[in-house]
Design a protein around this ligand. Sequence first.
Ligand code: SAH
Length: 252
Amino acid sequence: MVHIVGAGCGAADLITVRGAGLLARADQVIYAGSLVNPELLNYTRSGTPCHDSARLTLEEVLALIEAGERRGWTTVRLHTGDPSLYGAIREQMDAMRERGIPFDVTPGVSSLCGAAAALPAEYTLPGVSQSLIITRMAGRTPVPEGEALCRLAAHGASMALFLSAGMLRQVAEELLAGGAYRPDTPAAIVYKASWPEEAVYRCTVSTLEETARAEGITQTALILVGDFLGDDYRRSALYHPDFSHGFRTKKE
Ligand code: SAH
């Protein structure tokens, strides 16, 4: 049996209780060492084999899983943040299905949430934006044409960019080409959210690149853009005294 587990975005105590329990019972762990905090391996029993997948191909990861299956082992495949976002788990799940290897998935705290907590900020502010666009700049992995950053930028919604901290000149150009963000639209670079070295750099769309350069940030950062980082918004209807809902009647 294989458990794909979200490790959370950094701090070892941000893994779920379920994920920590699975690590404690694992016979082997395959973890994405480039971004998973190695402290998480302390949740395993002593002597548990732990393989860093940063150096492995998909085929080599599958070979470790299959070797574990032959021994009747429980394998934890530990991915950074939440496995459903840029986790490359689909190909592993399909390969396991083909081989008849049972697996399940335990979610994790994505850096999307870790970065919002670090700021702290709310992505969906009334009167500002009720949508969050999660995307990336095209790199070695291409982005479908219809999702080109300049097209997504036409909405002016709250936006979180993964895997793009090293390409901020193009990011800013495309964001402005969309027509909805201004050069002074607030932006933030959140580096290593929830790690001890976490850092938050507030800037604007036009100063993204110079801010990253000045701070030496090229990776492990989330780029956040939108007026949700600004000061203006409407208070929520949910907690407004003039508003009734299923759990509360309007105050007279
Ligand atoms: N599944 C992960 C994302 C993996 S892709 C998740 O849910 O967070 C790797 C990218 O995630 C990095 O390039 C960076 O953009 C972002 N990232 C991962 N951990 C981060 C952290 N602690 N702080 C800020 N960004 C992070």
